[in-house]
Design a protein around this ligand. Structure first.
Ligand code: HEC
Length: 188
């Protein structure tokens, strides 16, 4: 078979079956339209942010910020799983500058993350699910581990370099948009 024919055949094959159902797109909705699902998203955000903050402050008080780096690594995902299970949602943290690539945003949130939306933003999607992207600002405590590299203590810098060789999550100042909590609430 001539190569061009083969390529055309291959392209046709890859184009796939035209009747396959496409996933419904996510579209932005005004805050007021997000209703009761919005309340659930905010409750999940509060639980995740509150518990994480309490654990971080405790870990820093107990062992200093360098020791708290591993607490954040191990406990942040565990707390997110716990809140998700308790509240029947999916929840996580993300950013446009990631420390851990595992915190990449879900597909519906990616364009909003790219656009660095600084206000709470809501989208609806398949089955009436609600996606919420809720901004996290950099507080004084956060600068200890997310501030400009030259302002981090040596032991924090070393702890970060050992665990996150591709860390992009330094250089933030107090008040900066650091990232978001994202929440996915299932449809009614
Ligand atoms: C003790 C050091 C430390 C402090 C203090 C700290 N973080 Fe982090 N942060 C980390 C580590 C480590 C990770 C990566 C966690 C992981 O592996 O999932 C992280 C990840 C994140 C992420 C997820 C996105 C990413 O970059 O992977 C966000 C958002 C975030 N931090 C925001 C904050 C905010 C807001 C504060 C202040 C309230 C804060 N952090 C305080 C160490 C810290």
């Amino acid at each position: 078979m001539p190569r061009t024919v083969l390529l055309v055949a291959l392209a046709a094959l890859l184009a796939g079956c035209p009747d396959a159902p496409r996933p419904a797109p996510w579209r932005e909705v005004p805050e007021a339209a997000a209703g009761a699902q919005r309340e659930r998203a905010l409750a999940a955000r509060d639980a995740l942010a509150g518990r994480l903050m309490a654990r971080l402050s405790q870990a820093i008080a107990d062992g200093g910020p360098a020791a708290a780096v591993s607490v954040c690594q191990v406990e942040a995902p565990a707390i997110a799983r716990q809140v998700a299970a308790e509240q029947g949602v999916a929840v996580g943290r993300t950013s446009f500058r990631l420390r851990n690539q595992l915190n990449a945003p879900p597909a519906w949130a990616a364009p909003l993350v790219e656009g660095r939306v600084a206000e709470p933003t809501y989208v609806t999607g398949p089955g009436g699910a609600l996606g919420a992207l809720l901004p996290l600002r950099t507080q004084a405590l956060c600068v200890t581990c997310h501030g400009p590299p030259e302002r981090l203590s040596d032991d924090v810098r070393q702890a970060l370099a050992a665990t996150y060789p591709d860390d992009a999550a330094t250089g933030f100042a107090e008040g900066d948009l650091r990232g978001w909590v994202w929440v996915e609430v299932p449809g009614p």
